[in-house]
Structures are given as C-alpha cells and as structure tokens.
Design a protein around this ligand. Structure first.
Ligand code: SF4
Length: 464
C-alpha cells in the first residue's frame, strides 16, 4: 500500500452535491478519486471527518441554497466530530476570495478546474487541523481556483451515486454560446468535448455494471464534437452508444435550438434505444427579448424547429425552459410568450423568474422588470402550463408504454414509482403503479390509467 493510502485510509469523507446533473458528475469524479487514494466514502454526514459541499452558483436561489447548506454543516464542526468542510464547484469559482473572507467555517475552496486535486486538499486541510489552531488566518486555507480546462475521461475514477440502473455521462464541459444573462461560460470555461472513444468506453463500463439508462449531459450537448472534429457529432455518438449491449434507453439533455440538425432528429427517430425526447431550453418566444438575451433563434425558428421534430417523430416528448421578467420584457412580449406556450403545447415546461447575475451583459440592460411583476408573470406562465400539462397527460390515458420502475413511492409502501421514456429523472413527473412487488430497475409494459397535473397512474400489463 502506498504512503498516500496509508495516510488516508482512516479518513471518512461525505459529499453533498447541489445543483444540476453536470455538477453531480463532478461530485462522483471527486468521490472516485478519493476512494482511489484510500479515503473512505460515507453516506451519512454524522459519520464523516470531512464533508465536501459541491455547490451551484448559477442563479440567486441556487447560491442561497449552497450557502445555507454550508452554514448548516458548519454546525457539525462545533461538536468536534466533523473536522473539515470543503466547498467546491461553481460558487467558489465565481466568488472564491470573497467567500474565503466571509466564511471562516469553510476550510478550503476548490473550483471545477481543480477537482483532481481534492485528495491533496483534504490532506493539507487535515494537516492544518492537526497542527494549527482554531481561528487560523484565512490566508492559510487552500483556495484553488483556475481557468477551468479539466474534463474527466473514461480512465478517471468515478463512483456512480445514482441508482445502479441509471447513470449520467458528461460528454462536454463549458459553453461558447454567451447568452447575455448566463454566468456559466465564465464559471465553466470554453466548450470542450471528450473524444468519442472515451465516452463510448465509459458507457460500456457503465452498462457492464448494470446501467440500463444512460443520460448524456453538457451545457450544450448539441455542440458536442465541434471543437474536436470540426462538426457536430452528437448524432454519431448516439448511434455508437445505441450499439452497446445492455443499454435500454439513451437520453440527451440541454440542447441548443439552432444546433439541432436533421441528422440528429433522424437518429432519434430511427434508433429504438434513443428516447424520443428533446430537451430544448428556448428561454423566450419574443424576438426582441431573444435578441437581448443573445439567443440566436427567432420565434419563427423555434416554431419551425418544433414542427420539424414533430413531423418526423409524431410521438416525441418536448421539454423546454423559459425565463420571465428579463429586462425589457413588456406586457406584450410576455403575452407573446404565453401565446407561444398555448400554440406549441409543449409536454414539459420549466419557468424561471429572471435572476440578475453580476458580470453578465444583461446586468447593464435598461428597463428592469420589478420583482412583483416577475412573480406575477411566473405564476401566470406556470398556471397556463399546468393546464397544458394536464391535457397532454390525459391524452396518454389508455396508451401502453414501457416503464422503468424506480422503487417505492415516498407517499405509500403499496405503490411504486416508474418512468417511461417520456419522463427524464429528476425533472419530469412520475408514473404511479399500485404494485409494491415490482423491483427497482426492472422494465415492464404498462397501461396508463389516470392523469393529474404532472403525474400519471398506470397498471402493469406484462414484463417488457
Ligand atoms: S447555452 Fe446559454 S444559457 Fe446555456 S450554459 Fe451556455 S450561455 Fe448559459
């Protein structure tokens, strides 16, 4: 055993992963590296010597959640059991030095570009803990923030924390789109893809370990490959992954509307393993607001895209997100967004009230929308979509669909929850089935028997 492992194998590390699935993959990579270096990974906070909080710094509510979580965990240090608290991810990348001044409870700050140094950081911090004294100066705490260039490979250790039948695969990192309201490009760096071979190799290993549903993520999955191969390669990648034995469903999330090619639509239409599901954050439907947002499509482009996808894949599920209350969004512009939702009747829609972020071009825009107006528009958009969602789900009653059982529902021991290819985990509704004998991770044919605003009920017809 190496000296590193000798030094680390009694140290118990816990992880709290906040934010999106892309951040979750970073958390899993850090856990993999730590386990590889001899640290013990523990699931409960109470038994940990060190806790890593992998934060999200995207918009204000996410930042608040991250800080609250750090302050809550800091209380465990007062009891003496928890020796160190480490903050990683988007928030320290954005505010590293500032946080170091404001949060003496945190022992180290590590940006997304430095996560491979996590084992060394923990050892350094514990060394300070053993030899230092409480109230040490902030300058002694590690603050590792750099231009993010890192992206993991199939050889990077990783511990999958999702249920064994589902795994996320990050195919690229960073973003080159420069939407005016978004801080991601400055936090996550330039867009960079992983080579196809590396992704396929990782997917084969995941499938060999029991993953049946693979979910490809990136800030912009549709740009995948452009930097490495000079052209968009998501369609080719999906074809390759579809050939892997054991994989039942392949999903991809976070597409950019103007990067969706006919080839990509064709591959989704033709490859049975690829879920007939497009997640296309459109952000708005008024041309002037779209221009102010720095988006590259118009309302007509979005309508044409939706039409193109639905014509080729009539049973497709379309998901999108929209921002309300962006600077300069007049009542007319907001109405045109509501008209768009009514006209397109998208299956799944997320709505966010605009959150102004320091350092973004949108911060300098005039004609800010007051908070109460933003809230009111948020409620109106959500209410409209609630009705549309119910109509869309009611239209599925009586249909037969293959479902993946996820386990017992939180509400009842007699009911399991499941998803069809139309429901992505964590963001869409669920399908409730009154048969507690169904095992998590198994596929079945089910008949949809009922619908509510966001969820469905079903009965099993036969194993898939
Ligand atoms: S596409 Fe736009 S909103 Fe999405 S991560 Fe890139 S810059 Fe941000």
């Amino acid at each position: 055993m190496s000296r590193v492992k000798d030094a680390s194998n009694s140290i118990k590390v816990g992880m709290v992963s906040l934010g999106c699935a892309k951040n979750l993959v970073d958390s899993e990579v850090m856990l993999g590296i730590l386990k590889d270096r001899g640290f013990e990974i523990v699931p409960d906070e109470a038994g940990a010597d060190v806790i890593i909080v992998n934060t999200c710094g995207f918009i204000l509510p996410a930042k608040q959640e991250s800080i609250n979580e750090v302050l809550r965990l800091a209380r465990l240090k007062q009891g003496g059991r928890l020796k160190a608290l480490i903050m990683t991810g988007c928030l320290p990348q954005r505010y590293g030095e500032e946080l170091a001044k404001e949060l003496p409870e945190v022992d180290a700050f590590v940006g997304p570009g430095e996560i491979t140094a996590i084992a060394r950081v923990i050892r350094d911090v514990l060394q300070i803990y053993r030899t230092g004294q409480p109230g040490r100066p902030a300058g002694r705490r590690p603050v590792l923030i750099s231009e993010p260039r890192f992206i993991y490979s199939h050889e990077t250790p990783r511990i999958i924390s999702t249920p064994p039948y589902t795994a996320y695969v990050k195919i690229a990192e960073g973003c080159d789109n420069r939407c005016s309201y978004c801080v991601i490009p400055s936090i996550r760096g330039r867009f960079r893809s992983r080579p196809i071979e590396s992704i396929v190799s990782e997917c084969m290993r995941l499938a060999g370990n029991g993953a049946r549903e693979l979910i490809l993520v990136a800030q912009d999955t549709t740009r995948y490959g452009e930097d490495l191969y000079g052209t968009f390669k998501l369609a080719s990648l999906l074809r390759e992954i579809s050939r892997i034995e054991g994989v039942v469903w392949v999903r991809f999330l976070y597409t950019y509307p103007t990067h969706i090619t006919d080839e990509l639509i064709e591959v989704v239409a033709c490859e049975p393993k690829i879920c007939k599901y497009f997640d296309i954050p459109l952000q708005h439907a008024d041309d002037r607001v779209l221009r102010m947002m720095g988006r590259r499509n118009s309302r007509e482009d979005a309508l044409a895209l939706i039409n193109r996808i639905r014509t080729r894949i009539p049973d497709v599920t379309l998901r999108s997100t929209f921002i309300v209350g962006f600077p300069g969004e007049t009542e007319d512009a907001f109405d045109s967004l509501l008209d768009f939702l009514e006209e397109t009747k998208l299956d799944r829609v997320g709505v966010f009230a605009y959150s102004e972020e320091e350092g973004t071009p949108a911060e300098a825009l005039p004609d800010k929308v007051p908070e109460d107006v933003k809230e009111e528009r948020f409620r109106r958009a959500m209410e409209l979509q609630r009705r549309i969602s119910r109509e869309k789900l009611e239209a599925r009653v009586g249909s037969e669909e293959m479902v993946l059982v996820e386990g017992l529902s939180e509400e009842s021991d007699l009911v399991v929850v499941a998803r069809s290819q139309r429901e992505a985990p964590g963001i869409d509704g669920l399908i409730y089935i009154g048969d507690a004998t169904l095992k998590a991770g198994t596929f079945h044919q089910a008949r949809i028997t009922g619908a509510s605003d966001h969820d469905l009920a079903a009965e099993i017809i036969s194993p898939a």
